[in-house]
Design a binder for this molecule. Sequence first.
Ligand SMILES: C[S@@+](CC[C@H](N)C(=O)[O-])C[C@H]1O[C@@H](n2cnc3c(N)ncnc32)[C@H](O)[C@@H]1O
Length: 195
Amino acid sequence: MSGFTIINYQGSKNNLDNFIYSNIEKYLPSGKTILDIFCGAGSVSNIFRTTHKVFANDVETYSYMIVDSILNQPDYTAEPNFFDSFSKKYNRVSKQLSTPIIEDIKKEQTFLTNLDADSLIKLYHNYPTVWNNKKSPITNSSLSVEALRKEKGYYLFSTYFAGSYFGIEQALEIDAIIKCIHSQKKQFHNSLLHL
Ligand SMILES: C[S@@+](CC[C@H](N)C(=O)[O-])C[C@H]1O[C@@H](n2cnc3c(N)ncnc32)[C@H](O)[C@@H]1O
């Protein structure tokens, strides 16, 4: 039970799991149902999920996604070669998504290999994002939120966070993973997003 963490935030009961379990468990006949209202990051749901039936609620979508992945864990073993086919699909999707920005990805790889920080900074400075509205090969236009929406591609991280929070290739990898997850059965989405 200890050591469970998905996100850290103020108010999480994560560090109190043993204390909570030992003080509540004695009042709960096994098989009883627990309602974890305002479940946040789901640490309380996680404490009891194997011993009791747990329902959880929270107004925040992020919380729903986390706690859904904790309480409704899909059985991946029931799907033959699930992670093998996921990985093959990922390779195809990342290749396809990277096509318009492949030159920038190659430059980034070279600058990183050569430890060429000045060129890397320049590359990131010139890389088109929704923040600088530079002309992008992804939309074939100046990169704006509207142009991106019309494109309907999976380029969220590569157009918002590449060159700042993430490298260009890293951002593309995240976009490709999200695209692959969204192509799976709906009941796998939240679980896969948290793996
Ligand atoms: C302190 S956190 C809960 C911590 C949680 N027990 C844990 O260990 O992670 C409080 C939660 O209450 C949720 N919340 C606040 N008002 C709410 C409401 N009216 N309905 C549902 N959830 C609400 C917030 O979104 C937040 O996630």
